[in-house]
Design a protein around this ligand. Sequence first.
Ligand code: DCP
Ligand code: MG
Length: 605
Amino acid sequence: MALATSTSSYDLKNAVSSNRLRGLWRMMTGFRLKYLGATLSLALAATSKTVTYLLLRHYVDDVLGQGESAGTLLLIALGFVGLALFEGTFTFLSGRLAAQTAEGVVLRLRNYLFDHIQRLSFTYHDHSQTGELVQRSTSDVDALRRFFADQAIGVGRIVLLFAINLTVLLNLNWKLALFSVIVVPLIVLISVFFFKRVSKAYESYQEQEATLSSTLQENLSGVRVVKAFARQAYERDRFETDNWEKFQRGRQLLMMHSLYWPVTDILCGLQMLAGFFVGALMAINGTITVGTYMAYTGMVIWIIWPMRNLGRLIVQMSTGMVSYGRVTEIIEEEREPLTAGTYSPNGDLRGELVFQDVCFEYDSSSPVLKEISFRCEPGQALALLGSTGSGKTSLVNLLPRFYEYTGGSLTLDGVELSAYPREYLRQQIGIVEQEPFLFSRTIRENITYGVGRDVSQAEIEAAARAAAIHDVIATFPDGYDTLVGEKGVTLSGGQKQRVVIARTLLSDPRILILDDATSSVDAGTEGAIRAALEGLMQGRTTFIIAHRIQSVMIADLILVLDKGQIVQKGTHQELLAQPGIYREIYDLQTRIDIELEREVASVAL
Ligand code: DCP
Ligand code: MG
């Protein structure tokens, strides 16, 4: 917790940069000192390794065969042990500090992403795939963790080893030293070549992985549909195609790696052999001492082989950078401002709504709402009726500013709706969504979800009673503490709807929106809910979307929508008196009812 609170103040939006390395550096804000410690420890460890070889040289040249005393030998032995311990300690320390940095950066990043994603607009979520978002917040974040924990620090280690050992070798014998690194520029060139290609291959691999996880996620959500239509074989084939594609791209990635290794292996091996050979010749000629030669053979290993790893690390770092790009694509998305608004309301809404030629479309496609005009007084009940796709949900979704209307004027209590802070609107407006969603938590948690205060059991029960769900909950063994969903009871569609109604009622909104809230409920239960709601509707503006005339006839104003337009407007009586869709629906529904009654009566006889 301490870590989370001490670092969460940093806004990761600042870490978005077109220069990926700079962006990654910014992502480390708050952890740089630790990372510096890791680098310093590395430098110390690398130095002590080189000092070990120098000690070896001293031992071979100056001590060995000079009639060494037991004391000197012991000192030298202690020196070797001490250096080994020193090196080990600082290698450990640098690994630990780097890991702490990486975990810290990633902890903050994950928290940020979670929070950020849930603050993005409805439009964004309409267009993004859950599986893809999940993949970016897990797999890509993990690639970044590896970047900080292993790859960046690994590159530092190689650079340090190279610099320290080369400097010392240059001092021992600069000709031999230079001869030993001829191949290094070539290796760097090859690495850069691979770096570019692997980076691309990895990006396409990650994309395919995202596609695959989206497919998986969607099929798991829709498993019922798949089974109901017995489409398992079809879905399996689709998955296999995607998976095959991923395999191909993965293989391409591996191919690049498997080309890189032997090429650099041969280069490094030849270089080493040449160095050993030339060094040996120089030692035989007496240009360098035997001790220097021995130290050389040790140190040159730490120049050449790490260089070859540099290529690999750069290649891996490129994957980190690709992941950085994928993650920052999400971070770059603008959040939906919750508290911003040019108008700061105080107190509760009265609930007077005036629509004046309101138009709306989802991202400049065909218009969904066309010049909607009506007026709704505070406390009135307003009903929306219309065929499927006529824009009912779209209309009510404008009120909490889930989406922004694209034309006309919409005022709430005399103030343009777009001036209100979204957070305020969402506190004041309760919406029972068309597709009820419950969390896999207890029923109590689900019902109290929208209230930001402690609620008594009596209040919860009152809301549940009004939604005609209390009696159902009472039959569960754990009552209100029963878990819903995967680990608990499975509720029917109608039961879910009623829990959601209870949740909305408990939040006591000034404007209540029921979007087809009783569509999965039988007529009897709907009647019970309607009766309870009629009490609750007192004093609050209510929007009712329903398909049954009984549900809409109590409204003060009924709007009949067709293809995004209001085609009829009035009270139940007024609409019945005129020809039109409303009377047709009414006639149809009453005819069915009458026929049903006749049927029932004839069976009873
Ligand atoms: N639409 C869209 N993007 C969305 C939601 C809807 O493009 N995120 C389109 C689909 C319809 C139109 O907008 O053509 C109106 O959709 P509504 O959900 O508003 O329709 P209804 O609520 O009236 O239909 P239903 O009775 O089926 O709920
Ligand atoms: Mg709808």
